[in-house]
Design a protein around this ligand. Structure first.
Ligand code: SF4
Length: 383
């Protein structure tokens, strides 16, 4: 079957070698043809609309030590002894009222959905806090247009299965947990113990079993990562039957374990321009292969180019995530270097992001959850 002509129920991935060639910039006719083909698939499978998820980074406290991350548990202090005090983030957790203010902003802006993101904590106080704010957001954002309140995507890392269930029952219906790379060895080099590749895959499976719409994704520009490795990442997305994909270029962060990354040969590979090109091709090939999923044009694309997110939309993405984190906290939530919009207020981001969609002639969903058709077809829509 010719990719691009099947219905979603008949999803057949292009061969890995073919996807690898496209990801390496060898699509017949070039990247422009690849992007056109991805847009055609997008229009046929998910339509032209861009779905908005107001992104609230509600806490930068984290118990994990991913080497590349700017808010890792030991941020600013290299595990090899070099201290970068200027890179130590001020730890914060927003209050319930600050979180509800942000939720109301999303509601008033017509986004229909929000994403709650934080570092990874598993202590009972944190779990109870998240459960409580989920219930409050659902209760306080119910309107005639949104009878079940804002749609909520949760992104708070690996948790126990019963905790995932509590969050689901409290109102989160999507969960984003990136695998970062589908290569178990590279995963282990990037993520110090106790994190493990197998545990991350198990978590994705558990989330799906509970009934979440599940999102995952990878970093692009990792050392040793070429077209073939990225094509295998796409095969991984298909194998776990992901509903949503969020990917971004791999960018070293202030506060990351730079010395350790250097020692482990983990510094980003390729120039900024090459990483951006690869990220855009990855969006396009993922769209062509997975067809009816939601794909985000992530903020990290804009760290590499001022129009990176518009380019993501042109290569087949259909989700944007305007940051609604209070302006005073944004500087302390830098997962990677050069993160855009850290001086903006939520209102400015909202106007800006709607303008970005308009510049590439895409309508914006108003007051809808914007779930992926793939999730609907698989019955993963809350009753
Ligand atoms: S990537 Fe996530 S889990 Fe890892 S250190 Fe950063 S916030 Fe924590």
């Amino acid at each position: 079957m010719e990719p691009g002509t099947s219905t979603s129920d008949e999803r057949v991935l292009p061969p890995v070698e073919e996807m690898a060639a496209w990801l390496d910039g060898r699509h017949p006719g070039g990247d422009g043809v690849l992007a056109s083909r991805a847009r055609e698939t997008m229009l046929a499978e998910v339509g032209p609309a861009v779905h908005m998820r107001g992104l609230l980074e509600f806490s930068n406290s984290c118990t994990q030590g991913c080497y590349y991350c700017g808010i890792r548990n030991d941020a600013g202090r290299s595990v090899r002894g070099v201290r970068r005090a200027e890179s130590v983030p001020l730890r914060f957790t927003l209050s319930e009222s600050e979180i509800l203010d942000a939720a109301r902003h999303c509601l008033n802006a017509g986004f229909g959905s929000m994403t709650l993101q934080s570092g990874e904590r598993r202590d009972p106080a944190f779990v109870a806090f998240v459960e409580r704010i989920l219930r409050r957001i659902k209760a306080e954002t119910t309107t005639p247009e949104l009878p079940e309140g804002l749609g909520i995507t949760l992104c708070v890392g690996e948790q126990r299965r019963d905790v995932y269930e509590r969050f689901f029952n409290a109102g989160a219906h999507r969960y984003l947990l990136r695998i970062e790379t589908s290569d178990p060895d590279l995963f282990a080099r990037l993520h110090p113990p106790p994190q493990s590749f197998d545990r991350r895959v198990q978590a994705l499976t558990e989330l799906q079993e509970i009934g979440y719409q599940v999102g995952t994704g990878v970093m692009i520009g990792l050392p040793g990562q070429g077209g073939e490795e990225l094509a295998r990442d796409i095969s991984f997305f298909a194998a776990i039957d992901a509903d949503m994909i969020g990917m971004g270029p791999y960018i070293e962060a202030p506060g990351s374990a730079y010395v350790e990354m250097n020692r482990r040969s983990l510094l980003p590979a390729g120039s900024t321009a090459e990483r951006l090109r690869r990220a855009l091709r990855m969006i396009a090939v993922t769209r062509i292969a997975l067809r009816d999923v939601n794909i985000a044009a992530t903020t990290a694309l804009q760290a590499l180019s001022p129009t990176g997110r518009e380019a993501g939309l042109m290569f087949g993405a259909n989700v944007l995530m305007p940051i609604v984190t209070p302006g005073s906290r944004r500087d302390s939530y830098q997962l990677y270097q050069g993160k855009p919009c850290i001086d903006e207020a939520a209102e400015a981001c909202t106007a800006c992001i709607i303008g970005r969609a308009a510049r590439v002639s895409r309508p914006v969903t108003q007051n809808g959850w914007g779930d992926a058709p793939h999730a609907t077809r698989k019955g993963r829509i809350p009753a």
